[in-house]
Design a protein around this ligand. Structure first.
Ligand code: 13P
Length: 249
C-alpha cells in the first residue's frame, strides 16, 4: 500500500452475466467494504441497471472500454459521454484483451483516455507484458513504453488509475512473485513521478491477474500496490468482498 491512498478494489466482469445475474451480484456488494473503495465494471448493457441499483451506495460503477469520439458514425461503439450519462464514473482502457482482440495500440488507448477525461470519467489504464517479454527481460521496458504512450496530460490530476496486469497472469491462476510485482509497481511509480511530478505519488497503482482471496493479503501488502483489478473472482460476491477485506488497515 502507499500511505495516504485509500485502496481501490475494482471488478472487471468482462463479458459475463445476464440482467438477473448482474443485479444479484450488484445487490450483494451494495454495502461496500470497510478498508477499500469498490468499483464494479459490468458489460455495457448492464451499466444503466447496475448504476441505478448502486445509487446511494459507496460502490462505483464503470465500463470496460469506450470510443475515442464523442458521437458519430461508429457502428457498435459507445462513447465516454454515453457511459457518464447512464451512471458510470470510471472506464477501464487498454485492457490486454482489447489490445489483443481488437488491435488497440498505445495511440488508441491515449485517444480513448483523453475522451474519458473530457467526459468526466476516471480512466483505468491497463499495462502489462506478455510471458515472452518477461522471459526476455523486457517487462520493464514494455510497461514503461505503454505508460509513456497511453497516458495524456491531465490524467494524474483527474485521479487517473493505472493497473499492472501481466498478460500471462490473466485468468491463468499464475501470478508474478511478490518481489516482481513490487518491483514493477516501483518502476511504474518512478516513471510517473518523473514525467508528471510529485502529484503522481498518490496515483493509484492496481495489480491485476489471478487475484483471489487466497493471494490477496500478500499482494495487497506490497509497497505501491494500491488495490486490485479483479476478473474471475469479481463474479463471486463473497470472493470479491474477501479480496477487499485483505487490504491492510
Ligand atoms: P483474472 O482476475 O480473471 O485473472 O482477470 C484479471 C483481469 O483481466 C482484470 O482486468
Amino acid at each position: 500500500m502507499t500511505p495516504g491512498i485509500r485502496p481501490l478494489i475494482a471488478g472487471n466482469w468482462k463479458m459475463n452475466g445476464n440482467q438477473r445475474e448482474a443485479a444479484r451480484l450488484a445487490e450483494a456488494l451494495r454495502d461496500g467494504a470497510e478498508n477499500a473503495d469498490l468499483l464494479i465494471c459490468p458489460p455495457f448493457v448492464h451499466i444503466h441497471q447496475v448504476a441505478a441499483l448502486m445509487l446511494g451506495s459507496r460502490v462505483a460503477v464503470g465500463a470496460q472500454d469506450c470510443h475515442a469520439a464523442h458521437h458519430g458514425a461508429h457502428t457498435g461503439d459507445v462513447s465516454a459521454a454515453m457511459l457518464r450519462d447512464v451512471g458510470a464514473t470510471h472506464v477501464i482502457l487498454g485492457h490486454s484483451e482489447r489490445r489483443t482482440n481488437h488491435g488497440e495500440n498505445d495511440a488508441a488507448v491515449l485517444a480513448k483516455t483523453e475522451a474519458a477525461l473530457t467526459a468526466g470519467l476516471i480512466p483505468i489504464i491497463c499495462v502489462g507484458e506478455t510471458e515472452a517479454e518477461r522471459l526476455s527481460g523486457l517487462a520493464d521496458s514494455v510497461v514503461e513504453k505503454q505508460l509513456a504512450g497511453s497516458i495524456p496530460y491531465g490524467f494524474i490530476t483527474a485521479g487517473g488509475i493505472v493497473a499492472y496486469e501481466p498478460v500471462w497472469a490473466i485468468g491463468t491462476g499464475r501470478t508474478p512473485t511478490e518481489r516482481d510485482i513490487a518491483a514493477m509497481h516501483s518502476t511504474m511509480r518512478s516513471a510517473l513521478v518523473e514525467r508528471f511530478g510529485p502529484a503522481a505519488r498518490t496515483t493509484r497503482l492496481l495489480y491485476g491477474g489471478s487475484v483471489k482471496p487466497s493471494n490477496a493479503v500478500s499482494i495487497m501488502a506490497l509497497a505501491d500496490v494500491d488495490g486490485a483489478l479483479v476478473g474471475g473472482a469479481s463474479l463471486v460476491a463473497e470472493d470479491f468482498l474477501a479480496i477487499a477485506k485483505a487490504v491492510p488497515e
